[in-house]
Design a binder for this molecule. Sequence first.
Ligand code: NCD
Length: 350
Amino acid sequence: MRSVIDTLDLSVEEIDELIATALDMIQNPAAYEQACKGKKLATLFFEPSTRTRLSFEAAMYELGGHVLSMPDAASSSIAKGESVADTAKVISHLADIIVIRHPKEGAALVAARNASVPVINAGDGGHFHPTQTLADLLTIYQKKGGFRHLTVGLCGDLKYGRTVHSLISALSRYDDIHFVFIAPDELQLPDYAKRNISFSQTNALEEALPRLDILYMTRIQRERFQDKTQYERLKNSYILDADKMKLAKPDCIVMHPLPRVNEISVDVDRDPRACYFDQVYYGKYMRMALILKLLNGTTDGKAESPAQEATRACANPRCITTAEPGLPPLCKRGEDGKTRCLYCEAEVGG
Ligand code: NCD
């Protein structure tokens, strides 16, 4: 069954196809009003969400389909101790497609491996968030005309920022993309997210800003810190304001997956280079295109990733294997030659 856990589950050609469909949906919404008639989408959100969940729900309604959703995680059987694997098996009998958000890294993959309908990852802990990336890609396509020859600055919480990890993985397949990682040392990118890319690192936003074609700001995510004093120390690391925007190129776009806390001051909203509310607009159409593609698809998806028994369990405390009983510790060989947990991609020792 075809599921989307990582942006790399979609080929470059499929991303092009989704963009073309989304743009056609914007032009001709009436043509898609019945496209998913009689189909049901279940949203399983075990973490807070405003735009992602409502965007999926709005997308399904615009396609003429139905939505099954729980008010919150506390009212689901997960609160009684049901596993993600069992939940996915159960919901497969009730819905045609599942959208899941969960605080544990790798949870969406567990759902996909157990569901008999397509699963879309709407965020698994600090790991991946591929449909935010689809929203980001259509925004970049519309504002920059494509995905080549770009210097992309990513600023803020790059360690736990799942939107950042998914965006890097998607853009890494295009020519002449250079990333600038702007973060405090403690919040720099995990190394699994650095595959096959050209990048530089800095702590200083002002130093990087003049070189950027895209500045992607992110929130320092309080809920991901085990050490709250570290959060307090880092929370105000970067604040983009109208004054700093004077350093940016005239055509540098500013993106943010939202919600923002204080990392972009509201005086930037009036700047024509600010695109973060456009991302929300485009996100709904990309989700419509993705839902339609997965519901119309056959079981032609990419083969399940090769896995083998790990010699040692995953040590990442945020990994789904630490929370889900009965999950075998599986691993895979990364492109960097390191052995990584199949679910959360943390390095696993031998
Ligand atoms: C992001 C997320 O949930 O990862 N929000 C979103 O989906 N648009 C970013 C965040 O929570 O900071």
